[in-house]
Ligand binder design. Structure first.
Ligand SMILES: [Zn+2]
Length: 304
């Protein structure tokens, strides 16, 4: 099983329906769970996909429309009832932090974990960092302030070539810097190039989440070089006018973003409830970017 993947918990727009829940995803990086948007039904969807509350410490909200955050009070309250410990950080705009803190202080004052808020802005910034991963925001273009998120693995260490390291009698204390790319100097002053002592590191992988936005080449610029992109495709191409009026994209526009950004794979979602299925969305997107898949509740995509 891959150690970097995204789970789709909800990929409908506006309201829950019998076919789709509102926006919610959980990125799993080496068993650390990071939720992206938290529409209604998020906590039940987590249970259905067997994602443990105890492994969830960060929730990233793209914007303050109900279909992206109304699941938050329920999820955070349930986590307190499950005696979750440690901390949970909600990354959101200032108004969101004030609002959700008030709601939580009303319904769930006794919390078993520390509830924290990290204030984000619609700008390019690294807002989260751990040993092996960063999360960045970038602006999207919707009816209210909105951001996308890029989950990017940090550069990985090169692999030691055991035979060569033994041959040159490299001391153990030097091995870490050699894994990081340093050359080694022999006692007689000869330099041994790092490429002789190591083999290349695995490539660092990345995933971008582009929620509600009109089509903009600036989005493609922001996610350039990312391996796998999720992009909203509320409407099929025939409804391009409606998409623009409401601050959304069509499937073909999502595909254009993936193509311009040089992505390996595109996941489309945030479907309007006016469709009975996603056949037309997929056809529109694949005519521009063949490596498109349609999000669905319960789907897990490996980031490779
Ligand atoms: Zn939405």
């Amino acid at each position: 099983m891959a150690d970097f993947k995204v789970n789709i918990l909800g990929c409908g727009s506006a309201t829950p329906s019998l076919r789709h829940l509102p926006s919610c995803q959980v990125v799993d990086h080496r068993d650390k769970l990071m939720m992206v948007d938290c529409g209604e039904g998020a906590q039940l969807a987590m249970r259905r996909m067997r994602l443990k509350y105890s492994r969830l410490n960060n929730i990233f909200i793209s914007h303050l429309h109900g279909d992206h955050c109304l699941g938050l009070p329920g999820l955070l309250s349930t986590m307190a009832l499950h005696d979750i410990e440690g901390s949970v950080t909600v990354h959101t705009f200032e108004e969101g932090a004030e609002l959700f803190l008030r709601i939580m202080n009303f319904f769930c004052r006794e919390r078993t974990y520390e509830l924290k808020f990290n204030i984000i802005r619609p700008e390019n910034a690294i807002i989260y960092e751990d040993k092996s991963l960063t999360v960045e925001t970038f602006p999207l273009y919707h009816r209210v302030p909105c951001v996308g998120y890029i989950f990017r693995e940090k550069p990985k260490l090169r692999h030691i070539n055991r035979e060569m390291v033994d041959f040159y009698r490299v001391p153990v204390s030097m091995l870490h810097s050699i894994k990081e790319g340093a050359d080694y100097e022999l006692p007689d002053g000869t330099t041994i190039a790092n490429e002789r002592l190591t083999t290349p590191a695995e490539p660092s992988r990345s995933y971008a989440y582009c929620s509600d936005t009109i089509y903009s080449p600036r989005v493609a610029e922001a996610v350039k070089g990312v391996d796998i992109i999720y992009h909203e495709a509320t409407y099929a191409d025939a409804q391009a006018d409606k998409a623009r009026q409401r601050g959304h994209s069509t499937a073909g526009e999502a595909a254009k973003i993936a193509l311009e950004a040089g992505a390996k794979k595109l996941i489309i979602g945030h479907y309007s409830k006016s469709y009975n299925d996603e056949t037309q969305h997929l056809a529109d997107a694949r005519s521009i970017f063949p490596e498109t898949i349609a999000a669905n509740e319960g789907l897990t995509v490996d980031i490779t």
